[in-house]
Ligand binder design. Structure first.
Ligand code: UGA
Length: 428
């Protein structure tokens, strides 16, 4: 596994847990030394125990020596980052191509090179071109095997995937990949062998479709708020139609994270290169970018346009629960904007303090929920951590006129009413 980021580390550890010998490679020596001591560089429930268990068994190794790892492996997974390029929407593939170059110098017998990183359509073709300069054609096969795991649910998602997608027209490579995944197939995962380009596109299409579903329900939530309809009824009512399905129809703040924003931008960019306009996805991106503004307008309305000197508490700032990841979290837009308007912001997140707000005036991290909520005028539930689902807000804030704005619809309207708290939520 080349790259011990989210995808590489989780997949590597889980493959070793299935009984394979796995070498995880990273050029970051500190990370590798930490992993050998059981220090996990990411926040993912359950991952530390699995790392320790499999490292102890000897099936899982960590190294910075890429060429040695390549020589010792039959299947090489490229799991390095593909961030958005600066000043562009395209994915930056520098790390992928540089790893492909390294691989090309170290192949003497047949190896399967697999892209697990999310890479634009035709990247497999380009990797093949890099390899063919140094390696005999019979000695390698480039395969696409996109990963569909979610942060915070990564181990479960790896072990119980809906489907395994393998993009290759090479029968030998397909057979080996299928046998690697056989323990998951026997638990019910579907296996789909498709073209390499097809597999690359399935990954982007899936993320873009899920982002579309969320954006669709978010826009409908805006309407629901104006016509006295509960958006949750709409999500349930739509989701019961098996053609639609109820998942990813939860209205909330703008979607964030390291995948949906980046991948929607990249697929639009790829399509543009092939002179195709993906207008639906383009508009999803636009609508999502505007979402924080919509929610901020509601905050202004809730506070009757008197934001200056108001004590506003954010419970949760990460882009979703069960992760410490702040990438493209809507709190990064909302908190600075409210602080600029003169609000005093305190925030608490179960995953801890965030350096992202260091340079913003009037923003303070609190060590616990109690400190964050004391005397608050407005409590905003930004992230749906379980920690926030059964709080007694009245006793936490002590303010008579406390307002709660629940951006994740995790609280009961009736309960808040009983406790005499002014309660606002999404799409209601
Ligand atoms: C996403 C995909 O769900 C994974 O299948 C994929 O493998 C991964 O990207 C990736 O490409 O690596 P992830 O970014 O970890 O996973 O997070 P999600 O659980 O998908 O949530 C993304 C965003 O959508 C979050 O901001 C979340 O709060 C939001 N969301 C999700 C909603 O607003 N409503 C929903 O109903 C679901």
């Amino acid at each position: 596994m080349i790259g011990t980021g989210y995808v590489g580390l989780v997949s590597g550890v889980c493959f070793s847990d299935l009984g394979n010998d796995v070498i995880c490679v990273d050029k970051d020596l500190n990370k590798i030394n930490g992993l050998k001591k059981g220090i996990i560089p990411i926040y993912e429930p359950g991952l530390d125990e699995l790392v320790k268990k499999n490292y102890k068994s000897g099936r899982l190794r960590f190294t910075t020596d890429l060429s040695d790892a390549i020589k010792k492996s039959n299947i090489i997974f490229i799991c390095v980052g593909t961030p958005t390029k600066k000043n562009s929407n395209a994915a930056d593939l520098n790390q992928v191509f540089s790893v492909a170059g390294e691989i090309s110098h170290n192949i003497k017998n047949f190896k399967i090179i697999v892209t697990k990183s999310t890479v634009p359509v035709t990247t497999g073709d380009k990797i093949e071109k890099i390899l063919i300069r140094k390696v005999l054609k019979k000695n390698f096969s480039v395969v696409s095997n996109p990963e569909f795991l979610r942060e915070g649910e990564a181990i479960r998602d790896f072990n119980f995937p809906d489907r395994i997608v393998i993009g290759t027209s090479d029968k030998k490579a397909n057979k080996l990949m299928k046998s690697l995944y056989s323990p998951l197939l026997s638990k019910g995962a579907e296996y789909l062998n498709t073209s390499r380009r097809g597999a690359e596109l399935i990954k982007y299409a899936s993320n873009a479709f899920l982002a579309t579903k969320i954006t669709f329900i978010n826009e409908l939530a805006n309407l629901a708020e104006k016509i006295d309809v509960n958006i949750e009824d709409i999500s349930i009512g739509m989701g019961l139609d098996k053609r639609i399905g109820g998942r990813f129809l939860r209205a909330g703040p703008a979607y964030g994270g390291s995948c949906f924003p980046k991948d929607t931008r990249a697929i639009v960019d790829t399509a543009k290169q092939f002179k195709t306009d993906l207008s639906i996805i383009r508009n999803v991106i636009k609508s999502n970018e505007n979402r924080s503004k919509v929610l901020l307008n509601r905050v202004s309305k809730i506070l009757k346009n008197k934001i200056r000197n108001k004590k506003v508490t954010f419970l949760g700032v990460t882009f979703k629960a069960n992760t410490d990841d702040m990438r493209e979290s809507s709190s990064l837009t909302m908190i600075p904007s409210l602080a600029k308007k003169g609000a005093n912001i305190r925030y608490y997140d179960p995953s801890g303090y965030k350096k992202d707000f260091d340079k913003i005036k009037n923003v303070t991290f609190c060590e616990n929920i109690k400190m964050a909520c004391l005397n608050a005028d407005l409590i905003i539930i930004h992230t749906e951590w379980n920690d926030f689902k059964s709080l007694n807000f009245k006793s936490l804030s002590k303010k008579k006129s406390l307002i709660v704005y629940d951006m994740r619809n995790i609280l009961s309207h009736e309960k808040m009413k009983r406790e005499n708290i002014k309660y606002f939520s999404i799409g209601k």
